[in-house]
Design a protein around this ligand. Structure first.
Ligand code: MD3
Ligand code: FE
Length: 211
């Protein structure tokens, strides 16, 4: 019998046209070692924003291109500004997941060339924004959530539109494409989970095609 303690069955849920949530799609633990290998090469850092303050979310990248922010603005770069070396390779574990879930929403041949890794400590969120630094909005953004849960807020094509809240839990994958691709979205400050006192943060991986 299903009870509160049974793991959730993986399932696909269309929240809105272009916004598809894949609940409990992966075993989050299987990704952590791979992420740690990346962080040893390109460590997490608090990037400066064009507004002149350090971002509260810690970030790094892997893949041919990495998203970077500084006082000048945002851009995709082929090398890590901290080392001058190329970003760590995009692991096959990541690119296969991104390609498989994109195919589930009818987008064949999605080959991400950028993976942004965001780390949220408790109390940290991300303000409302659009993702528009990529060349071709035909391609989706595939997001993987790991660790602590987050409340993701999306308000359609207007920053101040009506908010829709979506819970993103460990192992959930969200695919954003088509009419949702330029939706405004943000992350509410992360809360500790009294049921999982050993969890202290959340990771989010976004797979993108920058070029
Ligand atoms: C909906 N990251 O890195 S991922 C980002 O959880 C970002 O770290 C959040 O927003 C995070 O830019 C949310 C899910 C996501 C990503 C891009 C979207 C949802 C989106 C673009 C349009 C609409
Ligand atoms: Fe975003």
């Amino acid at each position: 019998m299903a009870d509160l303690f049974s793991p959730l069955t993986p399932h696909k849920q269309e929240i809105a046209p272009g916004l598809t949530l894949f609940k409990a799609w992966v075993n989050g633990g299987e990704f952590i070692h791979t992420i740690e290998n990346i962080l040893n090469i390109s460590p997490l850092r608090h990037m400066m924003t064009p507004m002149g303050y350090a971002s509260k979310v810690a970030m790094t990248n892997c893949g041919p291109f990495g998203w970077a922010s500084n006082i000048q603005g945002y851009q995709y770069l082929p090398t890590d500004p901290l080392s001058g070396a190329p970003w760590p390779d995009l692991p096959e574990l990541f690119s296969k997941l991104a390609q498989q879930v994109a195919a589930e929403v009818g987008l064949d041949n999605f080959q991400p060339d950028a993976c942004l890794i965001n780390k949220y400590e408790i109390g940290v969120g991300m303000g409302k924004h659009q993702d528009r630094d990529e060349l071709n909005f035909h391609w989706p953004i595939v997001s993987l959530s790991l660790g602590l849960s987050a409340v993701f807020q999306v308000s359609g094509n207007q920053r101040n539109g009506k908010n829709f809240n979506i819970l993103l839990e460990d192992g959930d994958v969200l695919v954003i494409h088509g009419p949702a691709r330029q939706f405004f979205h943000g992350i509410r400050p992360i809360k500790a989970d009294p049921m999982q006192p050993n969890l202290h943060h959340r990771y989010n991986l976004t797979f993108r095609k920058a070029h």
